[in-house]
Design a binder for this molecule. Sequence first.
Ligand code: THU
Length: 143
Amino acid sequence: METLTKQTITALLDAAQEVRENSYSPYSHFKVGAAVLTPDGKIFCGTNVENSSYGLTVCAERNAMFAAAGAGYRRFKALALITQKLPGQKFNSPCGACRQVMSEFMDAKTPVFIAVLNGKKRVVYRKTLGELMPFPFDKFSAK
Ligand code: THU
């Protein structure tokens, strides 16, 4: 698999961190920013957007992926997300719904960068989608 440069990874993380400021999260007060990288090097971003009808909330990761999909992209080379450090937690990994949507557009080997903001310090963990979502639903491979 093609390796991403440090510069590209930093740009993706910076984009996720910047858009996180736009998070609409008046109920949880938990801001999440996400960014996806397209094969031609474009970055699409999203934040979590909450609703007073709580269940209508959409996560940052899905909003980033849907922005890219809506612009015509179908494959992503990487996804980054960033949250604040919560006491007692190393990092916050993406929810199951977002992992399933990632599986639609990303291969098992695709890197997912999970960043945590501790004050101004950013700590980044690298996982693959395959590690996060080993058995996605896929109707085309269902027996
Ligand atoms: N959230 C995300 O944006 N991404 C995730 O992977 C998990 C949770 C959001 C949803 C809600 O606005 C807030 O974080 C607290 O759950």
